[in-house]
Design a protein around this ligand. Structure first.
Ligand SMILES: Nc1ncnc2c1ncn2[C@@H]1O[C@H](COP(=O)(O)OP(=O)(O)OP(=O)(O)O)[C@@H](O)[C@H]1O
Ligand SMILES: [Mg+2]
Length: 340
């Protein structure tokens, strides 16, 4: 039932990654915000007329600032269950226009957080994640919170497989039976983890499935260390590092410095690691019908990964493949309670 003053319940795919939080909405919109926040108030006063870029939220008696700030690193093990995660997700839901709404969500955990190697589910960790996002988060500026009333958790790369086998067109939904019947691998290159999942005969093959703790955030960390070493700096901001990775140059002491070589070297190292692990998991992929690359890393590293397998493909808008698959899972696969 809708409470007085409460808006409609909306279903979302919520891929709350270590680098970006992605939301897929039923009207087709895809929203992403950097997974960046920190504990405490923003301590910024917005001058008249300037647009506000930091937003504050409270959860579990702790205040978080989310938005255009140098955030705390999200890459710690407890992140998926933390207040930091809840504040970032709340902000992403607000950016998606869901303030005041009740939300039904499907999110994910890396494959190796979700399954043990023998294929059994890690119930405790899955429950922890499911319950965490259902905890209340309040914007402290009086905006209405988005409240998560139903939350299901699936393995991240498997979400992209659902996206691959369920297609929506012209208002209708279709199960792609020829895609469903063949063995497919998904490689999800993310910020902190690269996830592998092999699905054959509609079952996860645990031999070729798992997670490698390596992603684009490692590239950034390495670039940041190299720049600090080269210029003898104690610190360099996350934003300057990001710009260095993107442009190959860094602005320090009022001058632009070329660091393209440092970036290239770091990139080369990451690619080597990812390639070796991909081969270890999937071999040459001879009996797989398709190897589907997804995640932001599949965009960022597109030119380096293009010839790994003859039978590979990059998913459309790969950074959003998991979020789209999570929404499809919510709408067509799982037992979602009736929405008000
Ligand atoms: N459209 C894009 N173009 C170029 N690079 C991108 C794009 N989207 C994301 N990236 C890069 O890909 C990286 C990984 O993004 P992604 O959203 O897949 O990470 P994540 O899902 O948050 O991480 P994890 O899966 O480890 O939790 C980002 O750090 C960013 O550098
Ligand atoms: Mg991801």
């Amino acid at each position: 039932m809708t409470e007085p003053g409460e808006l409609r319940t909306i279903g979302v795919g919520l891929d709350d990654g270590y680098a970006f939080t992605k939301v897929a909405l039923p009207d087709g919109r895809l929203i992403a915000i950097p997974s960046r926040a920190r504990i405490g108030r923003a301590n910024v006063t917005w001058l008249n007329g300037s647009e506000r870029r930091v937003f504050e939220y409270e959860t579990d008696d702790t205040l978080f600032a989310v938005g255009d700030i140098d955030g705390e690193p999200t890459h710690f093990d407890g992140y998926p269950f933390s207040g930091l995660n809840r504040a970032i997700v709340q902000h992403a839901l607000h950016e998606a226009g869901l303030g005041g709404h009740s939300v039904h969500a499907v999110s994910g955990l890396p494959v190796s957080s979700f399954y043990l190697k023998d294929g059994s589910q890690r119930i405790e960790i899955i429950e922890r994640k499911r319950n965490s996002l259902k905890q209340a988060v309040h914007p402290i500026d009086g905006r209405l919170p988005a409240s998560v009333a139903f939350h299901e958790v699936i393995p991240e790369a498997l979400a992209a497989w659902y996206d691959h086998i369920i297609t929506e067109a012209n208002g209708g939904v279709q199960l792609e039976s020829e895609r469903l019947s063949v063995p497919v691998a998904v490689v999800d290159i993310g910020g902190r983890t690269t996830d592998f999942v092999v699905v054959a005969d509609q079952a996860v093959r645990h031999n070729g499935s798992g997670s490698l703790r390596c992603g684009l955030l490692d590239l950034k960390r390495q670039v940041s260390e190299s720049i600090r070493g080269r210029f003898d700096l104690e610190e360099i901001s996350e934003r300057a590092t990001e710009a260095a990775v993107r442009t190959g140059s860094v602005r320090l002491f009022g001058k632009t410095h070329d660091v393209a070589e440092l970036v290239l070297e770091a990139r080369h190292q990451i690619i080597e690691r990812l390639h070796a692990e991909t081969q270890r998991q999937l071999g040459r992929g001879a009996e797989l019908e398709r190897i589907l690359f997804v995640g932001g890393g599949a965009v960022a590293l597109a030119s380096d990964i293009q010839d790994w397998f003859p039978n590979q493909a990059i998913a459309p808008h790969p950074a959003f493949a998991n979020a789209r698959g999570m929404l499809k899972y919510l709408r067509y696969v799982c037992q979602e309670p009736t929405r008000s």
